[in-house]
Design a protein around this ligand. Structure first.
Ligand SMILES: O=C(O)CCC(=O)C(=O)O
Length: 331
């Protein structure tokens, strides 16, 4: 079979987007995906996961009201309302540093997740930023942001994402890695739905002081964020926001009537450390050596299962994050 090795065309529109990214630290690509077609298989798997969680967590009375198949949003809303939130980890194709040292590791490793990680439409967006050799970094998460009114007061993971830079969740060995984040809107993410929020141009400051945090693992202290101009970044389902690992960002609270769903995926050059050396990434695209690309979902899944066995046998002593709760800015 002939292999496509032609680099993405540098149109005038693309050059403008790249210049925007350089200047502001982020840029939006609208309508990259057709949500109905491109997310259908993922949503079917998400529904199966929601069905399972409902069986485990809901009372018989609550289960009697369980919505019919094909309505993922209704199921997630019912689950969130009855259970006081949704644990996103069963939907997440990775492990968080906050849980890597515990037994609480059960990532979602379905084929639809793997197919999205290496979707040609997404890699075409990523290539102008990363280059023709693209590695899928294992720092990759599915987010289900439940309306705030359903959440238990201590549900740190469900609440709005605190301000941080993505470099801050990498270990020091990745300090020179040029990684970008591709944030994929699986549902509409308008201001009231808990869309991303950003500090434009903040990427030019490099890595700032962070504090340890139970949800994302880290957050930027108020002493830094109080000096930043910030704005929400609303987007429609199917859009992709590309941002620098030094862009200060977080998410608005979800004040709406639906669960905000997104994937935040990361890409870099294959030779650079990922900052989560204990998790498996893969070559998603190689223009120079296409046969090095991982195209087999079963192999991807096998690598993750092997990783989990290794982590269970030898749990790491710490999260691998560098931030000190005793820093004066964290007081
Ligand atoms: O989607 C969110 O709520 C936050 C995403 C995020 O922090 C990230 O992509 O690094």
């Amino acid at each position: 079979m002939a292999v496509e090795t032609v680099p993405v065309e540098r149109t005038e529109e693309l050059e403008e987007k790249l210049a925007h990214f350089e200047r502001e630290g982020w840029v939006i690509f609208e309508d990259v995906f057709d949500p109905e077609r491109d997310f259908a298989a993922l949503f079917e798997d998400f529904e199966r996961i929601a069905d399972r969680l409902a069986d485990e967590e809901l009372t018989p009375e609550q289960l009697a009201e369980w919505p019919t198949d094909g309505d993922l949003q209704a199921k997630l809303m019912h689950l969130a309302e009855c259970a006081g939130g949704i644990d996103p980890s069963p939907f997440d194709p990775s492990i968080r540093p906050t849980t890597v040292a515990t037994a609480d590791r059960d990532p979602y490793l379905g084929k639809p997740a793997f197919d999205l990680l290496r979707h040609p439409k997404l890699l075409d967006v990523v290539e102008p930023f990363v280059g023709p050799e693209i590695y899928s970094c294992p720092i990759q998460h599915a987010r289900l942001k439940v309306p705030e009114r359903f959440l238990a007061p201590d549900d740190a993971l469900g609440r709005s994402t605190p301000w941080h830079q993505d470099h801050a969740v990498q270990s020091r060995e990745a300090d020179d890695t040029e990684m970008i984040t591709a944030w994929v809107a699986l549902s509409d993410a308008m201001a009231d739905d808990g869309c991303l929020k950003i500090a434009p141009g903040s990427h030019r400051q490099g890595l700032a002081q962070h504090c340890p945090n139970p949800s994302s693992g880290v957050h930027l202290p108020d002493g830094i964020m109080n000096n930043e101009r910030t704005q929400p970044l609303p987007v429609r389902a199917g859009s992709v926001i590309v941002f620098s690992r030094h862009l200060m960002h977080g998410a608005m609270p979800n004040l709406g009537n639906g669960v905000r769903m997104s994937l935040d995926l990361r890409y870099q050059h294959p030779d650079a450390p990922s900052g989560r050396g204990y998790l498996p990434g893969f070559i998603a695209r190689s223009r120079s050596n296409p046969s090095s690309e991982l195209r087999d979902h079963r192999e991807w899944r096998r690598r993750w299962l092997e990783t989990m066995d290794r982590l269970a046998a030898n749990p790491p002593a710490s999260t691998g994050l560098r931030w000190d709760i005793n820093h004066p800015l964290c007081a």
